[in-house]
Design a protein around this ligand. Sequence first.
Ligand SMILES: *Cc1c(COP(=O)(O)O)cnc(C)c1O
Length: 409
Amino acid sequence: MEFNTLLLRGKEVNRYAFGGTQPCISQSSTYAYQSAEDLEKVFNNRLPGFAYTRVSNPTVDAFERRVNELEGGLAALACSSGMAAVSTTLLNLLCSGDEIISSNALFGGTLEFFRELEKFGITTHLVDRMDVDSVAPLINDKTRVIFTEIVFNTSLDVVDVKALAELAHSHALPLVVDATTVTPFILRPFTLGADILVHSSSKYITGSGNAISGIIVDSGRFNWDFERFKALADYRRFQRYAFIARLRSSLWRNLGGCLSPFNAYLNVVGLETLGLRMERICHNAHALANALEGVDGLKVTYPGLASSPYYELVQRQFNGLGGGIINLRTGSRERAFALMNKLKYASLATNIGDLRTLVIYPLTTIYQHIDPKSCARVGVYDDTLRISVGIEDERDLIADFSQAAAFEN
Ligand SMILES: *Cc1c(COP(=O)(O)O)cnc(C)c1O
């Protein structure tokens, strides 16, 4: 099945109750059984069923199965937010003394979480460029995870996933990716060798900016060495399923960051139009980036433009799709603010992956806790705007940004 057909006709759709084309919203905390024996069996995984919504729930289960099917994974697990998915994944893999290699261009929340992990004896090495040449020299016998985004949210640097996966595997390490900005429409990371992926489904997957949520998907392909991955040692009998088994039966369940059934439902509904929305968003973003590149005084970063250093990689890895985010340098903070204040359609708001175009001045908002030098490394300067392009009509978007960018000075 092609992408959009799979979104509507995947086999998981046939499992919805009563033949519904959408799952029921099972807004119940607990599930009752007719006999003590049955309840005991459900708890012991000897009878299929649900017991308590923090642990499993029919609507959440529907969302997990659908994303897992789309990504081609072994199993998926939904979380209360994208950050819950990121933090739970790392805590499930790591012990005190272990090390992570990642990029200093990561989403700010993830970078801040790495700092918290220091207090638990887990060290992170951050590179400027997330490529084989920068990462390879940092791998040592304490390294347990290589973690990366694929198109970094804000710098828009693009990672060669296949090259990084090969490097990780040559050192018997898993590659864990945050695939939020690409979505399975642009790339299914497991096809290039990623082992575990997370999404902030608050963004493109739910799509309408209506449900904070996250999801973890395990490819089930990584061959864990339980002498090195001590965090998973109690689950060695599950072999390649050890990562998801520990999440499900202990770490995720007891951290308690479960997704609400209603938010799971919004995600299932949103997911079905992911292909349509992403096609439109990528088209609009490319057209807007192209138009703004011709405006005096603006410097545009968009991975899909021929002027991008990642253009060739975007053609090869993403089939030419540059995603939905544009970075714009305007010349000064004053101009950036003037541009924002003159926009008629775009909303001045944080978030990405909404139906609406959103614009933010990152330096003093989403990057306020990060020092200016680190901001510069991720492409955030005192004149930078981040645009999350929506599904409005291309001509309206271009006209709006063009009039707003007609600076007087
Ligand atoms: C938004 C985002 C997150 C965090 O997701 P929340 O749902 O806001 O917790 C993590 N990674 C990336 C790349 C994001 O864009």
